[in-house]
Design a binder for this molecule. Structure first.
Ligand code: 5BU
Length: 455
């Protein structure tokens, strides 16, 4: 099974299954779409596929092999090469000239033919193809199928006496993709409803509320953050990009009542002293009930990150409830962040950031599977298991001339389904940071409640 699962995941990388809303040839709307043709363009995969399909057969006692055109043609060819069973080719339509032959290749009446099909749905097209082969005097008893969409096809063929050998079923595939966090529970439910013949709800569901997210989170830092959000009716994180201890404390005091967390870049504090900078900051955080988030963006091997997290003058592990980390060092590099909830950098807000779709996909795999990770920073929606933190929020401007790109709280909640907005200069550079924090808090909460109402 593990072998088969690994093989499926390799195939999946070729984009053979898409999830969403698709209208099938029959007019039916389906929550998934399968196209196995790309597999033929990867010789290694095609060879392995032939091997896996052949292994489904109890024996190889066939005189001929034939693929249903077109998708299964290269598959049948690969199986023929692997098994030495001679190939015949069935045309889609009979030639209108010359021999008018429907089957090409060398064969004799009375021979047995193994049929290969890529995807089986209702089984009707196979039931049309089989007589065309039988009309040439060949017998068909066994059919190899790569993927069964489980819409009655296999049962129909078996009821007619054919032996159907299937490599994957759509349910099996869903289980694999769910295990790998490549599908979420909602998508699996929708697919199951479709397979059971129930009407499917395609409407984009409204986002999860903070209450629902709090129930689903296991990490104490995530739970705490969501509790504060509900308590204060705020999803605002103020970024304290100031350079002295005094400014840091003043800002924390001023904006403290309105925020869920204060984000620091502790290494820009010029007069940093653990006792004078951090200890009072912890008191202010407790007084106003907000968390401390150190935006350290770790980006090293696990051992170095462990040292950077717990040692040196900043001793981040002693006070940061939340930390940000790149995931470029791979999953084990996050293992040592025991005292803080990790926010993985999945995508950055700056112009030209290298966090492209491929990077984000890989980063999300790590984020979803690592127990220390509670969420991510991204400029795109991310799976609802993770909390989304969105920097680059400003109500006044769209950029800072240094590569930063801004959007509004409404945009972040509506289009990205964010959970927390991060505001730096919009607050600490404002004439009245406290008032600015209140404005962003109100705008952020309004955007969240609006997003909840969205059908
Ligand atoms: P601003 O003044 O609101 O632009 O500050 C944004 C803060 O968020 C700043 O501390 C950045 O380091 C931080 N940030 C960001 O802007 N974009 C990102 O993608 C990440 C962090 Br990750």
């Amino acid at each position: 099974m593990e072998n088969k699962k690994a093989f499926f995941l390799e195939c999946y990388k070729h984009g053979i299954i898409k999830f969403g809303k698709f209208t099938l040839k029959s007019g039916i709307e389906s929550p998934f779409y399968v196209d196995l043709r790309p597999l033929a363009s990867d010789p290694k995969i095609l060879k392995q596929l032939a091997h896996h399909l052949l292994n489904l057969l109890p024996d190889r006692n066939f005189d001929l092999i034939c693929g249903v055109p077109y998708a299964a043609l290269p598959m049948a060819t690969a199986i023929s090469l692997e098994s030495q069973i001679p190939l015949i080719i069935k045309r889609k339509e009979a030639k209108t000239y010359g021999t008018k032959k429907l089957i090409e290749g060398v064969f004799q009446k009375g021979q047995s033919c193994l049929l290969v099909e890529d995807v089986i749905t209702s089984g009707k097209s196979l039931l049309e193809t089989i007589p065309e082969i039988e009309n040439e005097g060949l017998s068909v008893a066994d059919i190899l199928i790569v993927l069964d969409r489980q819409q009655g096809g296999t049962a129909l063929l078996e009821s007619k006496g054919f032996r159907v050998h299937t490599l994957f079923t759509i349910s099996e595939v869903c289980t694999i993709l769910r295990e790998e966090n490549l599908l979420d529970d909602k998508q699996v439910q929708r697919i199951n409803a479709f397979l059971e013949g129930n009407p499917i709800q395609f409407d984009t569901p409204s986002r999860l509320s903070y209450e629902q997210k709090r129930e689903r989170q296991n990490h104490s830092a995530a739970k705490k953050l969501l509790e504060i959000a509900l308590d204060k009716k705020s999803n605002l994180i103020a970024s304290a990009d100031v350079i002295t201890t005094k400014e840091l404390h003043e800002l924390a005091e001023n904006v403290g009542p309105h925020i869920v967390a204060l984000k620091t870049h502790i290494d820009i504090i010029t007069d940093f002293d653990y006792d004078k900078t951090i200890l009072p900051l912890i008191d202010i955080a407790q007084k106003h009930n907000f968390l401390l988030m150190e935006d350290r963006k770790f980006a090293d091997i696990g051992n170095t990150q462990e040292l950077q997290y717990s040692y040196g003058i900043y001793r981040i592990s002693a006070w940061a409830d939340l930390i940000t980390s790149q995931v470029i060092g791979g999953s084990p590099s996050l293992d040592f962040f025991h005292n803080s909830g990790v926010i993985a950098i999945v995508g950055m807000s700056s112009k030209g950031a290298l966090t492209d779709a491929n990077y984000r996909e890989e980063a999300l795999k790590i984020a979803l599977s690592h127990p220390n990770v509670i969420g991510g920073v991204a400029q795109n929606p991310i799976p609802e298991e993770l909390l989304l933190f969105t920097p680059g929020i400003n109500l006044e401007t769209s950029g800072d001339g240094k590569g930063q790109q801004y959007s509004t709280p409404q945009h972040a909640f509506k289009n990205l389904q964010t959970d927390f907005i991060i505001v730096g200069r919009g607050i600490y550079k404002a004439d009245q940071p406290e008032k600015a924090a209140l404005d962003y808090k109100i705008a952020g909460w309004q955007a969240y409640t609006d997003a909840l109402k969205k059908p």
